[in-house]
Write a protein that binds this ligand. Structure first.
Ligand code: MV4
Length: 450
């Protein structure tokens, strides 16, 4: 087993990882920027190393500084969490070169899955369903021919993309060229690469993702799905497991496809296969996320597993002690993301000092957060400050528990989206589970028309 883990992250996920390590008897090293001297992760770890100024580019994104901190403290492993360096294959490579255990898949697997057009090809070969689309395209003229073949509407995506950057939908040929050039420009600016690919645009799907675990002995299991359709501007807002749209039979089919996808690339560790799911039960591979995800707690609660501990055990070379037949989903879990932002000002981030804090508790309620009364949310990083996760026997009970907990929560001194989450979860269509990826946008339009 690894002995000392450097946590290359901040906020609630850094705290989450530190707690898992402590329970396993593993030493922890936090790294922090000058803006995070008073942060909870800095205080909770066994050791803490300042790695640079507030901007992430000079601290949490600096491979050199993080590798140095690992060497200096004698940590034998690095956990990258999510965001920052978590999907940077060069960082995983650098860890491998330095003899540091990177808690995640091998660098070459990360690289392969990071190239979305190549990942598509791999999935086609493996027999995993993908959306009709193209190979890599580089110029608008050529791409326009491919778009005609695929059929409108088409979605233009960056080969190194994900999360909506460098993405545009063209509904007809007339607007294709301008959409393509805009998407390509955005891709070049965001990823330093303007390789693009196309897919037929699926209208009104759900975003369904499957969690998988793969050990270094070729064993792969899936842990069921998360329905992440409630999102805004490609930022997920509410996630749940199981999805009301998935029967036991469909879960088996999609789960088998997810396991096949992981096996096709020799995946190891925790990973997520994203699918689009249509109303008629058709599903398509979109991309694979090679990291632990923000919404992992809903899977933890329905399976009873601790995914961070599983990641650490797999990276330490242990074999999965269970098979697919041992995985059972129990009850219903829902997570909502609490952000320091103002929903009435286009969700503008609202950093500042928390003057008063009361967090809910009780049976079936979990808070993953890194805030305290008197804490100042810095302006440099993601506005997500806490996650509220609930679990109950049924979805209806879980929704009631979520709203009860949201109603109790007090965060004073900064603006948050808590009231907005309360409103969304009170919506009749949300309560019925009747939504797709356009749900939040639709609510906004209803409001505008009043
Ligand atoms: C799509 C799609 C429909 N058809 N691909 C969004 C982020 C990235 N993971 C891929 N995404 C999508 N890919 C095809 N072929 C719909 C989405 C999508 C989306 C698109 C426009 C506006 C909001 C969206 C929310 C979630 C997913």
């Amino acid at each position: 087993m690894v002995k000392k883990v450097l946590v290359a992250n901040r906020g609630e996920i850094a705290v989450r990882i530190i707690r898992a390590c402590r329970e396993m008897g593993i030493q922890t090293v936090a790294v922090y920027s000058e803006a995070d001297k008073e942060a909870l992760h800095t205080q909770l770890a066994d050791e803490a190393v300042c790695i640079g100024p507030a901007p992430a580019s000079e601290s949490y994104l600096s491979m050199e500084r993080i590798i140095s901190a690992t060497m200096i403290t004698g940590a034998d492993a690095v956990h990258p969490g999510f965001g920052f360096l978590s999907e940077n294959y060069r960082f995983a490579q650098l860890c491998e070169t330095c003899g540091i255990v990177f808690i995640g898949p091998r660098a070459e697997v990360m690289q392969k899955m990071g190239q979305k057009a190549e990942a598509r090809r791999t999935m086609i070969q493996a027999g995993v369903p993908v959306i009709p689309g193209s190979q890599e395209v580089y110029d608008a003229k050529e791409a326009s021919v491919r778009a005609d073949e695929i059929g409108y509407p088409v979605i233009i995506k960056a080969a190194l993309g994900g999360g909506g950057k460098g993405m545009r939908v063209a509904f007809e040929r007339e607007e294709f060229e301008s959409c393509f050039l805009t998407a390509q420009k955005e891709a070049r600016a965001s990823f330093g690469d303007d390789t693009m690919y196309l897919e037929h645009f699926v209208e009104h799907p759900r975003h369904i993702e499957f969690q998988i675990l793969a050990d270094t002995y070729g064993n792969v299991v899936h842990l069921g799905e998360r329905d992440c359709s409630i999102q805004r501007n490609h930022q997920k807002m509410i996630e749940e497991s199981p999805s009301v749209a998935i029967s036991g039979e469909l879960r088996s089919h999609m789960g088998e496809a997810a396991v096949k996808a992981a096996k096709a690339v020799g995946y190891t560790g925790a990973g997520t296969i994203e699918f689009l799911l249509e109303n008629d039960g058709s599903f398509y591979f979109m991309e694979m996320n090679t990291r632990i995800q923000v919404e992992h707690p809903v899977t933890e609660w329905v399976t009873g597993l601790d995914l961070i501990k599983e990641q650490i055990r797999i990276a330490s070379g242990l074999e999965l002690p269970y098979g697919q037949q041992d995985i059972r989903l129990k009850g219903h879990a829902i997570e909502c993301r609490i952000n320091a932002e103002n929903p009435n000002q286009k969700f503008r981030p609202c950093p500042g000092t928390i003057t008063d804090l009361y967090l809910p508790g009780g049976q079936g309620i979990r808070i993953d957060a890194a805030i305290y009364s008197g804490y100042t949310v810095p302006p440099y990083y993601d506005p997500m400050i806490a996650k509220l996760i609930v679990h109950a026997d049924t979805r209806e009970e879980a929704v009631a528990k979520l709203r009860s907990a949201l109603g109790e929560t007090i965060i004073e001194g900064i603006d948050t989206n808590i009231d907005y989450l309360y409103e969304i979860t009170g919506n009749e269509r949300y309560r019925q589970g009747n939504f797709d990826i356009g749900f939040i946008e639709m609510l906004g339009q209803e409001e505008d028309s009043v």
